[in-house]
Design a protein around this ligand. Sequence first.
Ligand code: ATP
Length: 228
Amino acid sequence: MSNPVPLLAARGLTKAHGRTPALRGASVELRPGEILAVTGASGSGKSTLLHCLAGIVRPDEGSVTYGGERLEELSEKRLSELRRTEFGVVFQFGQLIPELTALDNVALPLMLGGAARAEARARAAEWLERFGVRGQEGLRPGEMSGGQAQRAALARALVTGPKVVFADEPTGALDSLASEQVMTALTHTARESGTAVLLITHDAQTAAYADREVQLRDGAVVPLGVSA
Ligand SMILES: Nc1ncnc2c1ncn2[C@@H]1O[C@H](COP(=O)(O)OP(=O)(O)OP(=O)(O)O)[C@@H](O)[C@H]1O
């Protein structure tokens, strides 16, 4: 990578859910425009790490720095502004709003940001087309295939022009063809727009789309290639 300055950096994160430790001193850096895969066994802390990095969950110890700001020092208001304007999130089951069409799902974040409905819908249509969801704009999520719905969810995450997209097992519920289509669309668009991606996956084929991979074990990042 040409730019060594991290966009997002976690240092020494610990987090327990009740008495269950999820993170035990995890440190990781994401550079601008980088696609980073975080892999690891079930329960190793991948989702918890993503939630801390995205400012959804506050760690018990350690710090998360985004740009020049330390997330743990920010007010809820500033955090939610960051999440709305700088971050995009995609989960395993796209979590589109079932009552809205694909077009309105993608237009929604723009409208929440103050765009007029017609403008938001026009931009949403462009983004759905970029993600290969053509002719499906008027369908509700339940009427789409898993892969189409997931590509619509990606369009929704990227439509606002975020600097970072957090993708938590975005292909976890898809067959291999749909997974390939989703990952191709995500990585192509992220590279084109210079968006960094933090990709959580336990699937080696999905991780292979990333520029770099780090592995979590028992809540800490271990060098790749170290066996259990
Ligand atoms: N809300 C919660 N309440 C209690 N324990 C939790 C909660 N969320 C996670 N955990 C526990 O914390 C540990 C780490 O979970 P986490 O979901 O971060 O791991 P993961 O690597 O993403 O797992 P998976 O691949 O199965 O999703 C696990 O032992 C899990 O059972």
